[in-house]
Every structure is written in C-alpha cells, then in structure tokens.
Design a protein around this ligand. Sequence first.
Ligand SMILES: Cc1cc2nc3c(=O)[nH]c(=O)nc-3n(C[C@H](O)[C@H](O)[C@H](O)COP(=O)(O)O)c2cc1C
Length: 211
Amino acid sequence: MKILHVAGSPRSRSRSRRLAKAFLDALGEEDVDTLDVWTATLPDLGGDTVESRYRLIHGLPVEMDHTRRWGEIRRVADHAMAHDLWLISTPMWNFGLPYRLKHWVDCIVHPGMTFTNDASGAVTGLAKGKTAVLVGAGALDFTDGVPEAVYDHQMRYLDLILRFIGMEDVHIVRAAPTFGPEETVAAAEAKAEAELRAIAETIRTRAGAPG
Ligand SMILES: Cc1cc2nc3c(=O)[nH]c(=O)nc-3n(C[C@H](O)[C@H](O)[C@H](O)COP(=O)(O)O)c2cc1C
C-alpha cells in the first residue's frame, strides 16, 4: 500500500499532524510520503493557465505556451494518484481549509488527471478504489448532527471533492473542540485518536486479508 500524507497545518505543535502520526503509528507503515503543503512548491493557477483548463474540459490539448505549467500541475496530480491511501490532516481555518491545502486541491482536480468528463458534462472519477483518511482539527465543534455543522466547509468539503474524483472509502475524524477547558480538549483529542486507531486496524486487517 502506497501512502501519502498531505499535511495541512503550518504549526510545529499541530494537533492534526500529531493525530495523523498516531494513525500512521497504529497502521505500522513506515514508508510514507509526506507532502507538507507549506514547504512544497505548488504551481500557480492564474490567468492564462486557468483559461487553458477550459480547453482540457473540452478534450483539447492546452496551448503550447502553457504546456510547461500544465506539466507541473500534472506532476502534482500524478504524485497523488500514485498512492493508494491519502491521509489528509488539516486545521479548520475560517470554516474551511488553510489556503495552501486548498491550493493542493486546485492542483489535483483537473480533467484527464483525477476525473474525466464527456461532452454532456457527465463526470467519472479516476480515484476509485483508493482510501482517504481525513483528520480535521478545529477550535469549535461542528460535528455532524449539531446545528452548527452547516459551518463546516473543512471536512465536508474534503469529503465532497474526494467523492467527486471517485473515492468511495473516505473516513472522517474530527478533533474538536481544541479550544476550551483542558479536559474537554483532551477528551476530544483522545476520542479522535481512538477513532483513528480503529480505522488503522480496519485498513491493516483488510490489507492483510487474502484477496
Ligand atoms: C487563521 C486561523 C483560522 C481559524 N479558523 C477557525 C474556524 O473557522 N473554526 C474553528 O473551529 N477553528 C478555527 N481556528 C482554530 C484551529 O482550527 C484550531 O486551533 C486547530 O486545532 C488547529 O489545528 P493544528 O494544531 O493542526 O494547526 C483557526 C485558526 C487559525 C490560525
């Protein structure tokens, strides 16, 4: 199993990254490719580059001038697609993702890279068969079921975009709230860690099961 950890927090004391590490420890896999979106070089998607994406949507090649830039973008998408398990850890920032993590998403979600579309607009995801484990930390608790869950553009968005590119096996773990009384925060983190350990166990068992 090839594992990619996309780390979305810039903090050295990141809670989401610590939990991601606990998941990897429980999984027992040492060969993990880590993409820290804060140190990685991600290609810009501006002006003409974005304009030529409309050519891709229509099944046309990008213009010569933009081939190099699209080559860089394709490398980021291909890198992700070369892995079977995507572990994405992230804080919630302003109800959504830190912009560098969103930048990574904008680099990988393109026609011919992570999905295809036909002339009518029907989309087929190319990431089918892969597994995602999402670890989201947030000061406030927006767990599904609470009225404030409508504010969640972090885990809900990641879940949606991964399903858009064809993933069906998406596990979501929230560590929240990370603000408030010490015992409450500690309990939220312990709960998230226990959930991650259980997911790791399921994946380990499945990987070891005869096909
Ligand atoms: C710029 C910024 C924006 C934030 N916005 C939110 C928010 O909208 N909702 C929330 O619950 N927490 C918000 N937080 C708090 C973080 O999500 C929280 O501290 C989280 O535990 C950090 O995770 P990390 O340690 O992995 O970076 C914000 C923090 C920062 C730095």
